[in-house]
Design a protein around this ligand. Sequence first.
Ligand SMILES: *[C@@H]1O[C@H](CO)[C@@H](O)[C@H](O)[C@H]1NC(C)=O
Ligand SMILES: [Ca+2]
Length: 328
Amino acid sequence: MIMTFPWCYIFITGLLLFETSRGEWNTRDYLKREHSLIQPYQATGMTIPYWDFGGVTIVTNNYIRLTPDAQSTQGSLWNSVPCYVRNWELQVQFKVHGKGKELFGDGLAIWYAKDRMEGGPVFGNKDFFHGLAIILDTYSNHNGPHNHQHPYISAMINNGSLHYDHDRDGTHTQLEGCEAKFRNFDHDTHIAIRYEKDTLTVSTDLSNKAAWKDCFSVPGIKLPTGYYFGVTATTGDLSDNHDIISVRLYELDLPDDVKDEEDRSQILPSAMHFESPREHVDDPKPSALNGVKTFFLMLIAAIVLIAVLVLGIMYYQKHQENSRKRFY
Ligand SMILES: *[C@@H]1O[C@H](CO)[C@@H](O)[C@H](O)[C@H]1NC(C)=O
Ligand SMILES: [Ca+2]
C-alpha cells in the first residue's frame, strides 16, 4: 500500500508540470512573416508586402488608421496570403481612442474569413460572411435591458447563412463574449485569438502588465484552412480612431500525437455550442451498447467493493482476536 503513494505523487507532479508548461510561452511556436504586420511596415508608396487596404485606411510610420474620429467612415486591412496553418494564435496590438467621453463607436472586427476586401455593414465587412469574426463593439445599439456593458468583445462563426443584427449587438448569433474596457488608454492594448485543437480562446492585455487575461474560450469550432486574416472598423453617428499597430500570427507547434491531419480545405465553418437564446446541440443520447458497458463496469465495481469489504471485515476480526490474545 505504501508504495502507491510516491507513484501517485510523481504522477500528479507530472500532470502539474505538463499544465504549467502548456500555459507558458512555447518557444517552438513561430511567427509567420507572411501573415504578420510589424513595424517598420516597409511601405513602398502606398503598399505593404502581404497586406491590402480598403476604405479610408491610412498608413503612417507608427500605426495603420482604419478610421479617423469622424462620422460615417469605414476602413479595412486584409492579409493577401491565405492561411494554411491549422493551429494558430493571432496577436493584434490596437488602439481605439477619440474625443467622446460617453458616446463613441462603432468598433472594429478581426476576421478569419473566406472573402476579403468587401466592405459592408458588419464593422466594415460584408454580412453573411464565411468564417470567424471577433467583434470589439464599443457602442451598445440595444435599447432594451442589456445583460452586458460596452465595450464588449464577442465571437461569431458564420457559414454564410447568418445575418449580424446590430439592433441586438449580435447577441443572438454570438458564441461567447466578455466586457472589456479597451478605449482611450495611453499604454499599449492587445488582443490574442488562439485557435488550437478546435478550441477558440480570446484573451486581452489591456492593463499594461504584459499578461494575458482570459476573455472566453469555446470548444468545438471547425474552421477551414485557406481563409484570410483581416481587420475592419467603422464609425456612424458616433466615432473613434481605430488604429492597428501590429498583427502577429504564430503557428502553434503541437506534439505529434495530438496533430490531426484531416483535410480542412473544403469544410464549412461551424460551431457546436451557441449561447442561448440559440438552440443548444444536445449531447448524444447514451446508446444501448453504452448501457451494457456501464452495467458491466458497475458490476465489476460492485464486486471489487464487496471483496474489499469482506477482506476488511476478516482483517478486522482477525486483528480483534489478536489484540484479545495479547491482552488476555
Ligand atoms: C449553416 O449554419 C446554420 C446556423 O448555424 C445552420 O442551421 C445550417 O445548417 C448551416 N448550413 C450548413 C450547410 O452547414
Ligand atoms: Ca454595437
